[in-house]
Design a protein around this ligand. Structure first.
Ligand code: ATP
Ligand code: MG
Length: 731
């Protein structure tokens, strides 16, 4: 069978316009373009491919410019049909499929139906890919049914039946044929009656209903001749001849084969002419085809760039989305932070208030301590001084237990007050270490002597092991160093009975003038339990103390730890309960032999002086006045005493003194004010503040009013005279 499809569906009726334009202008309305599309199909029907191409190209260009999916689908369909007519089947399939994409976009079921039908035809009857073709037919059928277009349904089903019969699948094809038989009278097209009868003939022949087969075949042939439907007639001749051949009626089979051949030659002749024409046309059409292809390709490119821009837009949206999300989280964060900030600000404000209160309390505490210690130290100075005086003036009382216990109690009280004051001062960072030259051996010796009383009481021996490598004279804060040793040694003696206390010092490192000396204070006493070894450095902590078994307040070790902190050193403890305790620390002292010698020489000059000076003592407290006077006169210096700043000023106006010892805390006019006035009078006499205040507290103010030096009560007599002498010599 010559592979000629049943029908191309170009259903446009053709109102023909004048010559199609090569360019399309925007003044064309859609309606006019639609008409143009119809014209393109008419031109195709008339085998005027050139004009059909030109026209459909115009439609396509217009449709693409306007994104008119419906029109794009239509023009691709026509272009596909043109290619099909020109036997360029693959190209035809390409354009049909393009058309299908746009028909789907346009959601135009009619166009979808056409194109699917056309593809069905092409695959079944040109490409002989029946399965694919039937699938397209079925797709087409779906749209027909959706559109309730029965004549189309009849038409498509006829195609499907023929396709099945072509590949001898009669069973599959018969339901379709039956449907067409039942509906063809009402919905069928006359031009299809030849094929319908032929198919019925084929089917009847197949089921060996020869009478019926004979009837249908002859009917088909009759109609074919009558309607001059050559092509369909030739199919009918061919199928009838095959049928007769199968039946064994070779004579008639041959007869119809001859008819078929004759008609086929005629058709082929005319087709050959057509083909020849088409080949020529094909060459001429190349240009138009190319143009159509170009537009299509441009559209593809456009689509691709559209796809790209779509991707860009999507990316853009995603990025914006992420940014928005981030902004949202930031905003949330900001809100959270703001909230937290508010809370913090509030807490901060509360903290600031609390800190201010704490500062205030601390200031009050230190002021209170300063006042109270001052108030306590002044009378204690009197008590200690007078006790000393009594002991000196009345040698017979030297062994009086009452007087000794008075002396001890007063000293104890004084040292307690000093301890409290010192802890307070260290805590407030008001202590700065001083550089004094001292002999470390002498210092330790002095401490041991002062503590020999406890040693004796507890039946302890004291061993001193001094490293000979340690320089004889060291520079450093010997007072604070002594305090450390006194506390540790007195503890060792206090908590040891019938035992031994060893004081060991060793030079461990030398860096320039810095001499690192390690001290170990070891005893064989009661020891400190492991769990208490940290605690003992806390203020007022005493471990395992039974009521009144020894004296102490629990301030010794905290002071030691804090003082060592000033030396940038740390204390270590090693102890076994019942066996003994060792405290260790390292202090870097300076050693500078040259400087040391100078200082030692200086001191000697001062002490060698034997002149008699006159000293004015200004103090509102009569007991203190008396104590100081006694001390001065004992040195064989002259002493004048007054009870107020005013009196002092009057006296200074008229008489001259070698030095003035000025109490600071006096009613009406204090020592600073008095000094200021005296200096204003042009008097240059050295003025030494003699005060119960600590040095740090008043140094600044003292210097600013013209006080030359400060001596803190109670003082060592030697220091008092050293300072007096130095200042007088300078003056
Ligand atoms: P203060 O030193 O104020 O007179 P104190 O000696 O009791 O009183 P710290 O020197 O601080 O106070 O000592 C605290 C506690 O540590 C003591 O009460 C004692 O229990 C324990 N302690 C200190 N040194 C020794 C030691 N060498 N052997 C055994 N226990 C000690
Ligand atoms: Mg102690």
């Amino acid at each position: 069978m010559i592979p000629i499809r049943l029908l191309i569906i170009i259903l446009f009726s053709g109102a023909v316009y004048g010559n199609p334009l090569d360019t399309i202008n925007s003044t064309f309305s859609r309606k006019e373009i639609l008409e143009l599309a119809k014209e393109a199909s008419s031109l195709l029907h008339e085998s005027n491919f050139e004009k059909s191409f030109i026209t459909s190209r115009l439609v396509l260009r217009y449709a693409l410019t306007n994104n008119d999916n419906d029109l794009i689908a239509r023009s691709y369909n026509i272009i596909g049909a043109n290619y099909e007519e020109l036997s360029e089947y693959d190209k035809a399939i390409l354009y049909y499929k393009k058309g299908l994409v746009y028909a789907n976009k346009a959601k135009n079921d009619t166009i979808k139906n056409w194109i699917n039908n056309n593809l069905g035809n092409l695959y079944c009857f040109e490409k002989k890919e029946y399965k694919k073709g039937i699938a397209f037919f079925n797709e087409s059928l779906r749209f027909n049914q959706k559109n309730k277009d029965t004549s189309q349904i009849v038409f498509t089903k006829l195609n499907i039946a023929w396709a099945y019969f072509d590949i001898k699948l009669f069973k599959e094809g018969i339901p379709y044929l039956e449907f067409v038989n039942n509906n063809s009278a009402k919905y069928g097209d006359k031009s299809n009656l030849v094929i319908l009868n032929m198919l019925n003939g084929m089917y009847s022949g197949n089921i060996q209903n020869y009478a019926k087969a004979e009837f249908f075949f002859l009917k088909a042939i009759e109609l074919g001749i009558k309607n001059q439907n050559h092509l369909d007639l030739s199919f009918s001749y061919n199928e009838y001849s095959s049928y007769l051949f199968k039946k064994g009626d070779f004579k008639r089979a041959y007869e119809y084969l001859v008819k078929y051949n004759k008609l086929t030659v005629e058709i082929q002749n005319s087709q050959n002419i057509k083909r020849a024409k088409r080949v020529g046309i094909n060459v001429e059409l190349d240009e138009y085809k190319r143009k159509v292809d170009t537009i299509s390709a441009a559209n593809n490119l456009q689509n691709q760039s559209l796809k790209k821009s779509k991707i860009i837009v999507v990316l853009f949206i995603v990025v914006i989305g992420i940014l928005l999300l981030q902004m949202y989280t930031l905003y949330k964060n900001y809100l959270f932070k703001k909230k937290a900030n508010n809370v913090l600000t509030l807490t901060n404000a509360e903290l600031i208030i609390a800190k201010e209160k704490a500062d205030e309390a601390s200031l009050l505490k230190s002021q209170f301590l300063s006042t109270i210690t001052h108030e306590l130290r002044t009378p204690l100075y009197g008590v200690v001084g007078i006790t000393n005086m009594l002991l000196e003036e009345h040698k017979e009382l030297e062994n009086s237990p009452h007087l000794n216990s008075l002396k001890f109690s007063a000293r104890y009280l004084l040292s307690l007050i000093n301890d409290v004051l010192q802890i307070n001062k260290i805590e407030e960072n008001r202590i700065v270490l001083e550089d004094l030259t001292f002999n470390i051996g002498d210092e330790i010796e002095m401490i041991i002597t002062s503590l020999s009383f406890i040693a004796k009481n507890h039946n302890n021996t004291i061993d001193v092991d001094l490293d000979p490598e340690i320089p004889e004279f060291l520079i450093g804060d010997k007072l604070r160093f002594s305090q450390i040793l006194i506390n540790l040694i007195s503890n060792a003696l206090k908590f040891t009975h019938d035992g031994k206390v060893i004081i060991r010092s060793k030079l461990v490192k030398v860096e320039g003038i810095k001499h690192y000396i390690e001290f170990k204070i070891k005893d064989t006493g009661i020891g400190i339990a492991k769990e208490d070894q940290e605690k003992v450095f806390e203020t007022f902590t005493q471990v395992g103390r039974k009521d009144l078994d020894y004296q102490g307040t629990g301030l010794g070790l905290p002071i030691v730890k804090k003082l060592l902190g000033l030396f940038e050193s740390t204390i270590f403890i090693e102890s076994v309960l019942g066996e003994g305790t060792t405290f260790m620390f390292v202090i870097p002292f300076d050693s500078n032999p040259e400087k040391t010698n100078d200082i030692i020489n200086d001191i000697e000059v001062d002490l060698s002086n034997s002149q008699v000076f006159t000293v004015l003592v200004v103090d509102d407290n009569s007991i203190n006045r008396l104590v100081t006077q006694k001390i001065i006169e004992k040195r064989n210096y002259k002493c004048v005493v007054v009870g107020s700043g005013k009196e002092a000023i009057e006296l200074v106006e008229n008489s001259s003194f070698d030095a003035i010892l000025m109490d600071i805390n006096m009613p009406e006019m204090n020592g600073f004010e008095a000094t200021k006035i005296i200096r204003a009078m042009g008097v240059l006499t050295p003025i030494i503040a003699l005060t119960a205040y600590s040095k740090e507290e008043i140094t600044e103010q003292a210097l600013s009013v013209g006080i030359n030096d400060i001596i803190v009560k109670p003082f060592e007599t030697a220091i008092l005279f050293k300072i007096i002498n130095q200042l007088i010599f300078k003056a």
